[in-house]
Each structure stands twice: as structure tokens, then as C-alpha cells.
Design a protein around this ligand. Structure first.
Ligand code: ADP
Ligand code: MG
Length: 458
């Protein structure tokens, strides 16, 4: 099995060849949204394994793009027979499916050379390229302290926060920094799935001593996305011992997770308290000013010449995931280049409208109604779909109609059907009424924008 660490460049190269082929076959915005967001994980038994950013995108890719990816893969590398796409929450199960003996041995050989490979750390992810704002200044300071003096302060450093907020970036920044300032130190970055796989292999070969020994030689161990060890109760004891060995020898441990230790469940108590012993650093979604600064930095690093009003538009459209925000920036730049047009705010709006439309493939009327109901605690879906006319119910009903019109672009009569056979003029009235309130009432505008964000997040 080629794994992410030791064969990063080979795998990345293969993936970029495949991407190039696919890119010529589908519209650019589809490519950007569905294909470019895939992350090549490994080649396992002749299968290229790709990770989709969300369950929804996995479903879309699985349904529409597998044959295309497969033939592109075969073209790029004759040894690749199949292409699998997995969602983040399926990864663990997928990777734990038994590997044939031969690839296991190969994997073991490669694992030995895992640390100190020159391409282990992404050179784009440094402290310099990390923009510091209120939401992440604590994380930044903690990570910097650890990188300056590994094993001395804050051990372990436990980083947690939502996806796309810079956790992996910070781990690589620590790695890059140590490689430059303390090149004698052995630093290993692993994803928790690779760590778990290796551990499983060592257990099945009754060789956990070897596993521990290898890790004990390290000076700094960084494990990304540790949340995947929940449920792995049988492995947690061994993981605890590995950590203990490192900790007792004052070796630095850095861990990232999408949630704090107290929310990783099930998790052995002593492992949880071990995680909590050092420093817990959380990272929050950045505010608008920080998002702008991040976009400016990304634009600068990528040598994009983008006006501030365009950056502001992008920053205002995405509040909770920097990776997605970056994707939007690339997309508008790409489009302007393709069309040979000046990148104005109008053009960006047009491009991003497509983006939003594409995201709606997975959004349904049901999902919209459910989301709206969440904003009105006393109102149920049956109320919204029913006949009652009291004020408390009419507003969420009109909201639901408004969003369904706006997002799903269904015929008005079809929407009327959903709402118990209401006439299309009623639907139109509801839609326009909310649209008008959005213009005139700031509190409604805010509510609509919150709900819209929730609808798109699903
Ligand atoms: P996570 O691991 O938390 O899901 P990543 O570290 O992969 O997120 O970050 C996603 C993208 O956002 C990366 O391209 C990263 O460089 C960028 N990013 C996140 N936070 C910042 C920041 N503060 N400054 C610059 N780039 C950032
Ligand atoms: Mg990450």
C-alpha cells in the first residue's frame, strides 16, 4: 500500500495526472466543486482511494464520476484497477478492512522510513503563511511555543476545532519550523488512520514491542484527526502506552481533533485525562476581518491579483470553513482567467451563484423545512405543512416556501403541492413577502441569513 507519508509525492503526482484528464471532460465548476476537493489517500490493493470532504460530496462523486475517474486512473497508471471514494466518517471502517499479506509487509517496510522524509511537511503550511486573528491566536501561540521548544512546555498539545480551520496547517507549520531550526530532531506527522493501521498490523503480527520502539525513537509525534480512535477501544490501551513512553521521556506530542477530549466517545478514561494533561487549544471560525486577511494572504501567495471588494464578497459568503473559502477564491480566479474577463465583483457573484447552485444538488424541500423548524422551537413540520393560520405558524411556513423557491427553483405549482395543495399565487405571495421583509427588517435579514447558512451546511 502506498501511504500518504512515504509516498506523498508519487500519489500526489498520480492524482494530479488523473485530475488533468478529468478536468478536460467536465465543466470547470463541477470539477472545482466535486473533483478538486477530493483528497488522494493511498493506493490499496490496486484501488486508488479518494477521500471526499463530506458525505454529500461522496454520494455525488460515487453516483456520477466513478467511471470517469476510473478510466482516467487507468490511463495515468496501469496498475490502478479501481477507484474508491470514501466519506470522512467511513474512513476508519474502510481502512480496517483486511489487507492482503503482501501489501501488509510492504507497508511495514515503508513505515520504517516514515519519519524525516523531506516531503513529510507541506511547504505551503508554515507559521508565516498562517494568519493570526482573535479566533486562532491562542492556538498559534501554543503551537509556536511547542515548535520553539519541543517537549518542554505544553505536553501534549491538544488542538481541536471544526474542519477547515487550520489544524493540519498548524501541525505542518510545527514540523516545518523544527526541521529548519532543529534538524537533528526526529519528527513524525501521521494521520490517525495511518497510526491506527500500523498499530493494527503490529498487533496482528504480535509485534507491538516493535511498534512502541519505533515510536519511542521519535522526538516529536504529531497525530492528525485523533477523533477516529473513538470506538477503537481495543487499541486505546496500546496507544496510551505509546504516549506514556514518549511523555515520560519528555518527547513532544501534538494531537489534533475535531472535538475536545471530553466529547470523543468512547474513549478510555486514562487516555482522555492524558490528552487533557498538557494544553488544550481550540480554534474558532475566524471573523470577517481575519477571513479577509487570510484571503489576501492566499491571493498573494498564489500570485493572484484580486481586488479587495471581490475578496470581501468571498469572505462574506463563507463563515465557517477556510478550505471552502479558498476554493471559492480559486474558482473565481480560474473563471476570470478562462473567460479572459476582469475579475469584478459582478463576475465573482455570477461565478459563486453557480457554486451555490451546485451545492444544492443534495438539498431537498424536506431538509429546508426541517432547518426552518429548528429556528422555531414550538413549530413542527406538520404545522408548517398543515392548514393552521396562526401567526406563529404562518411565518415559518412562509420562510420554508421562500427558501424552497430561492434555492430549489422548483415550479410554483409543485411547491404548492408540497404544502397541501396550495395555489401557486399563495406560494408567490409568501415568497415575495419574505423577500420584502429581508430588505426592510434587519432582524429578518439576519434570521434568513442564519438559516441559509444552516441549509447549505447540511
Ligand atoms: P483543518 O485541518 O482544521 O480541517 P486545514 O489546516 O486543512 O484545516 O486548513 C484548511 C485550509 O485553510 C488550508 O489551506 C489552510 O492553509 C487554510 N487556513 C486555515 N486557517 C488559516 C489561517 N489562519 N491562515 C491561513 N490559512 C489558513
Ligand atoms: Mg485537517
Amino acid at each position: 500500500m502506498y501511504n500518504r507519508n512515504s509516498f506523498m509525492s508519487e500519489l500526489q503526482q498520480l492524482w494530479s495526472r488523473i485530475s488533468e484528464i478529468v478536468q478536460t471532460e467536465i465543466p470547470a465548476y463541477r470539477f472545482d466543486v466535486w473533483i478538486k476537493t477530493l483528497d488522494p489517500l493511498c493506493i490499496k490493493d490496486g484501488r486508488l482511494v479518494l477521500m471526499a470532504p463530506t458525505a454529500t460530496s461522496k454520494a455525488v462523486v460515487a453516483q456520477n464520476y466513478i467511471p470517469m475517474l476510473k478510466s482516467a486512473a487507468a490511463e495515468a497508471h496501469p496498475a490502478v484497477q479501481e477507484v474508491d471514494v470514501v466519506a470522512p466518517d467511513e474512513l476508519e471502517a474502510y481502512m480496517n478492512a483486511a489487507a492482503p499479506e503482501e501489501s501488509k509487509n510492504q507497508e511495514k517496510e515503508q513505515a520504517k522510513e516514515q519519519y524525516n522524509t523531506p516531503n513529510m511537511f507541506d511547504s505551503r503550511y508554515t507559521f508565516d503563511s498562517f494568519v493570526v486573528g482573535k479566533s486562532n491566536q491562542f492556538l498559534y501561540a501554543a503551537a509556536k511555543a511547542v515548535a520553539d521548544d519541543p517537549g518542554v512546555k505544553h505536553n501534549p498539545l491538544f488542538i481541536y476545532g471544526g474542519t477547515g480551520l487550520g489544524k493540519t496547517h498548524i501541525l505542518h507549520a510545527i514540523g516545518n519550523h523544527i526541521r529548519v531550526t532543529r534538524s537533528e530532531l526526529k519528527v513524525l506527522y501521521v494521520t490517525s488512520e495511518n497510526f491506527i493501521n500500523e498499530l493494527v498490523a503490529s498487533i496482528s503480527e504480535k509485534n507491538t514491542k516493535e511498534f512502541r520502539k519505533r515510536y519511542r525513537y521519535l522526538d516529536v509525534l504529531m497525530i492528525d484527526d485523533i477523533q477516529f480512535i473513538a470506538n477503537k477501544t481495543s487499541l486505546q490501551e496500546e496507544i496510551f502506552h505509546t504516549f506514556n513512553d514518549l511523555y515520560n521521556e519528555h518527547k513532544q506530542i501534538v494531537i489534533s481533533s475535531d472535538k475536545p477530549p471530553k466529547d470523543i466517545s468512547p474513549l478510555e478514561e486514562r487516555l482522555r485525562s492524558r490528552f487533557e494533561w498538557g494544553l488544550l487549544a481550540d480554534v474558532q471560525p475566524p471573523d470577517l476581518i481575519t477571513r479577509m486577511a487570510i484571503l489576501q494572504k492566499k491571493a498573494y501567495l498564489k500570485k493572484f491579483n484580486v481586488r479587495d471588494d471581490v475578496l470581501e464578497l468571498i469572505a462574506s459568503k463563507n463563515e465557517s470553513n477556510i478550505r471552502e473559502m479558498e476554493g471559492m477564491l480559486e474558482k473565481v480566479v480560474f473563471y476570470a482567467g478562462l473567460e479572459q474577463k476582469a475579475l469584478t465583483k459582478e463576475l465573482a457573484l455570477e461565478v459563486l451563484k453557480d457554486y451555490i447552485k451546485d451545492n444544492t444538488e443534495a438539498i431537498t424541500a424536506d431538509a429546508i423545512i426541517d432547518t426552518v423548524c429548528k429556528h422555531y422551537p414550538k413549530v413542527t413540520r406538520a404545522d408548517v405543512l398543515g392548514k393552521k393560520k396562526n401567526k406563529e405558524i404562518v411565518e415559518p411556513r412562509m420562510m420554508s416556501i421562500y427558501f424552497i423557491c430561492e434555492i430549489l427553483s422548483m415550479p410554483l405549482t409543485a411547491i404548492g403541492q408540497i404544502f397541501g395543495g396550495r395555489d401557486h399565487t399563495t406560494i408567490m405571495y409568501s415568497r415575495d413577502k419574505i423577500a420584502e421583509q429581508v430588505k426592510n427588517k434587519p432582524e429578518i435579514k439576519k434570521m434568513v441569513s442564519d438559516m441559509r447558512a444552516m441549509i447549505y451546511k447540511k
